[in-house]
Design a protein around this ligand. Sequence first.
Ligand code: RI2
Ligand code: URA
Length: 503
Amino acid sequence: MRAKVRILDFYSGRYSVLINEEDAKEAKLHPDDLVKLEAGKKTVYGSVVISNLVERGEVGVSRDVLELHSFSEGETVGVIPAGTPESVRYIKKKMRGEKLRKVEIEAIVRDIVDRKLRDIEISSFVTSLEINGLDMDEIAALTIAMAETGDMLDIDRKPIMDVHSIGGVPGNKTNILVVPIVAAAGLTIPKTSSRAITSAAGTADVVEVFANVSFSLDEIKRIVEKVGACLVWGGALNLAPADDITIKAERALSIDPTGLMLASIMSKKYAMGSQYVLIDIPTGKGVKVETVEQARALARDFIELGKRLGQYVEVAITYGGQPIGHTVGPALEAREALSALMTGKGPGSLIEKATGLAGILLEMGGVAPAGMGKKMAREILESGKAWEKMKEIIAEQGGDPNIKPEEIPVGDKTYTFTAPTSGYVTAIDNRAITAIARAAGAPEDKGAGLELYVKVGEKVKEGDPLFTIHAEHEARLDQAIVLARRTDPIRIEGMVLQRIGNI
Ligand SMILES: O=P(O)(O)OC[C@H]1O[C@H](OP(=O)(O)O)[C@H](O)[C@@H]1O
Ligand SMILES: O=c1cc[nH]c(=O)[nH]1
């Protein structure tokens, strides 16, 4: 059928195409059927919503659809039932645990990018990868398909360095320090990050507190050519565009299937033209990788995938047994990261990890002799050169380089938990900390999160503060308090852990 476009002022979080009830009956269209809107050479896919909000002969498009193509009011378009895409058959094949061929993976990625696959099918794909996994041939095919369905950055500088964490550990603002340290040493590092996947704040969510993170590829090229670095959100670019779409499904399920994680990270690095890549694998209880053996196996996969893509990859297995630094949540983490850059001082875990990772990159990039990278990274941080570089990045990304970290607003609805007894902190539950920060509203509410006052091994007295929850709304604070009471995320014990009787 042909119909006139009516622009409807709503976002539905999906690509909604409204069809009048009578028209739908005649065209045998049902709710959630996939339809193709054809306007000249441009084709857009969306899901049918049957509604008399539109007249007969009209097709209503939501604001989401307009993001794919700027239809004009009254424009005549073809509305064509699209049927089930062939790629759904391949998703089912993966559900049965079968290996996918390269062409099948390419078809799935193309259909994700073209929005031919709906949320339910994308969630099924992500779930099938969580359950049945991918082998290295499939991962390489997925990585290349994800990169090649988008744009590629071409920066005329060498070497191009990059760093990426697999995430999972709460408070991981580390790369906000690593990038300016490495760039201050004269290396080029165009860093893209995703938003939170399983955590309460991805690096892009944190940087967005004090600078813009959404740029076009041309703008990124300009920023990186000028200051040697950026800290931007990969999802804003047409860079590996399937990534941000699958991440939405992952975030909703709070899962990050290993094969998809490899492809997600490495497709972004490939598309940015990165030649030397450092991968951070936080390892410990309650994060994505719990044992050093698992971390080593994953490291080998990253290195092998890098070889197939023509990239030199090194991996750092880092301690992830408790949160990094003392803050969790976008604004609180932004305060901590900026203050560490500004003063060269901060929590041991943050400084130690950031200078350790930056040091490896300085050695990989050939500006520090072997074994001297960490020392050089620390000098760059303590001398204020990293902060000067960070100010340049902030200014280029539209933020205020004179920002005062302590003035960044954080959630003013607060509640502090105290030690119920004297003893030692024997464990901090990563998963519970993340869940509490998310219950408080992070990452969407930038001011929500947690401030932690203790680390594992520290001695506390009864009544000492353990952590404060920050929220922007009372209701979210209440939810977070209930969860914190239920999960008891900081374990305090005396030196005698258990008494075993003589029976
Ligand atoms: O912890 P979760 O949310 O699972 O993982 C997502 C985070 O991990 C990576 O960190 P980085 O950008 O390398 O610093 C991603 O880009 C993102 O910021
Ligand atoms: O960018 C990232 C980081 C972690 N996991 C992913 O899937 N992508």
